[in-house]
Design a protein. Structure first.
Lengths: 204, 193
């Protein structure tokens, strides 16, 4: 069963979603998902690095010696992360301050290294790019899911726009670190539950 | 506040802003290696050690890059230094303590992609710590990481005997436990000055 080009793209969105299914790259997912805007920025920045580094790794895969491949991947990723870091700083200082060291920490996001090692290093640049796009979008989607829930419950707003009236009492816990763990756990439970429900009629 | 005392840096890094439970750094090993108490302790020790050495190296690198006026190389240099430190530690342990080397196994090389270590290097540079402050900060971060890992491993060993709903097994229950731990650590917030 040869996977088609569209499959390379689509699998990252849901079936192999990097956060909900593969549970990769947890640190930024939990740390910067306290508001929808932070989550979106982080997702886009990570996707950008993921796409470019996958493309470069796939293009250079014939020249990278197997013994030092991880070091090469890390260097490629670190260069693109530096670019993104300066880009975000140029676009919005405020956003840069909110995300803090977590932009630099994209370097050690296991998702990017995992895609470089498991997919980009054995496929053509085009397929690697499609795969990275899918994974990046899936990652951004998951981040948004968490960020939106935490912002709505924790601050009563979405993308900074207040949703409820004055009477709303925000759940401060959702903005705190503990809320990140709880929200992700809730999403995982929901998704496992949905999968079980769908699998049951076919299995019986 | 401009020049925090060493004790406050240590307490801040280990308890108040615990790397795992407040900053979400090093979640991968936190969820992956916390199944058994014994491996958790060893992993904590290895990570703390690498943190200490790479913190020293990062301090030196920052000074050199500052002198050269090339701050954009900082991230690249840090990553390379951490990767080589891990390699060095691996060789040293293999030479002087083969038994420990076997016990740590795959966890040693994996330390390279532990974001907590890169974060120590980045935070100390951002906050412009001096050499002694860097050392204490790295020690505190390592102690905090080990503490969180050991607490989690202890709870998960008990959890194995508990009856869980089918859905919650695996990652979900670990995340819920981590959330409760994190709430408990919020109690230390009063200690920061």
């Amino acid at each position: 069963m040869a996977p088609s080009a569209s499959d390379d793209f689509i699998k990252g969105l849901w079936r192999d979603n990097p956060v909900f299914v593969q549970v990769l790259g947890m640190c930024p997912v939990l740390a910067v998902s306290n508001s929808a805007l932070n989550a979106l920025t982080m997702g886009l920045a990570t996707s950008f690095v993921l796409c470019l580094s996958s493309l470069l790794v796939a293009s250079l895969r014939a020249f990278i010696p197997a013994e030092v491949r991880i070091a090469c991947y890390v260097l490629i990723i670190a260069s693109f992360v530096t670019v993104v870091d300066y880009l975000i700083q140029a676009i919005s200082l405020e956003l840069h301050a909110a995300l803090g060291a977590f932009i630099s920490l994209i370097v050690v996001n296991c998702l990017i290294l995992a895609r470089a090692e498991a997919f980009a290093s054995r496929n053509t640049p085009l397929r690697a790019l499609l795969d990275a796009l899918g994974m990046g979008l899936g990652f951004t989607f998951a981040l948004l899911c968490l960020g939106a829930v935490r912002e709505i419950l924790g601050m009563g707003s979405l993308f900074g726009i207040a949703l409820f009236g004055e009477a709303f009492q925000p759940w401060v816990v959702m903005i705190l670190p503990g809320g990140g763990f709880f929200t992700l756990a809730a999403w995982l439970l929901l998704i496992t539950g949905l999968k079980r429900r769908r699998a049951r009629p076919q299995g019986a | 506040m401009n020049d925090p005392s060493l004790a406050s840096i240590f307490i801040n890094a280990s308890l108040v802003n615990n790397f795992v439970l407040a900053y979400f750094l090093g979640i991968c090993p936190f969820l992956g290696v916390s199944g058994r108490l014994s491996t958790a302790t060893r992993m904590g020790g290895a990570v703390s050690f690498v943190m200490l050495i790479s913190s020293l190296c990062a301090y030196a690198i920052h000074a050199v890059l500052d002198a050269l006026g090339t701050p954009y190389l900082q991230l690249l240099a840090f990553v390379v230094v951490i990767a080589s430190t891990v390699q060095l530690v691996e060789m040293l342990i293999r030479k002087f303590n083969p038994a420990l080397f076997r016990a740590l196994g795959i966890f040693l090389p994996l330390i390279t992609t532990n974001c907590a270590i890169l974060a120590v290097a980045l935070f100390q540079t951002n906050r412009a710590y001096g050499l002694l402050q860097c050392l204490v900060f790295a020690l505190g971060a390592g102690a905090g990481f080990t503490l969180a890992l050991v607490l989690m491993a202890g709870i998960r060993e008990k959890l194995e005997l508990a009856e869980l709903p089918d859905l919650a097994e695996g990652t979900a229950i670990s995340l819920i436990v981590a959330g409760i731990l994190s709430l408990a650590f919020m109690g230390f917030a009063g200690m920061s000055t």
